[in-house]
Design a protein around this ligand. Sequence first.
Ligand code: HEC
Length: 149
Amino acid sequence: MSPLYRVLPFHTLSFPRKRESILSLLLVLLTAGCEYWNEDHVFGPDHSTTRPTVLYRRDIQPIFDAQCILCHGKQGRFKRGGLDVTSYDVLMAGGDSGTVVVPGDAASSLIVKRIRGVIPPQMPRGGLPLSDDEITRIMTWVDEGALNN
Ligand code: HEC
């Protein structure tokens, strides 16, 4: 063993090796990052863990505002069937029959049965039924947990 080795501090000698391992660590992180990016973009998000696709404020309340509030709560008037749909909180409070939204279970939700006409009369009462897209949107929102989002 050379005398030089003994006088120099250990870290000076091992420096190149250390730098090498830092570089390979960076490479591993970079590769992992790329893989993550690819999976997410090629296969789309994993629906078991991702965010809801339908948002109450953006996608659901506007349907109620346009099609339902005339009879269900506009300016505190006409709470037909005891139901007000002017906000998330009053909607979730339900009507004369009780709860109209069962979070996570659109098929069991009274509001869905009424807009599909499964339980007559179909809502909006006396008007044109909601479009398939609107009904699907409401059902998806309920199935995704009926969040105040
Ligand atoms: C023209 C008036 C009118 C419109 C518009 C209307 N409804 Fe109704 N709705 C009623 C009446 C009246 C009742 C109570 C009698 C009944 O249950 O049919 C009712 C009852 C309900 C009930 C049952 C409440 C309970 O607790 O028993 C639900 C759910 C409902 N409506 C949802 C809706 C939705 C959602 C819309 C919009 C897509 C809507 N309604 C539009 C008149 C209306």
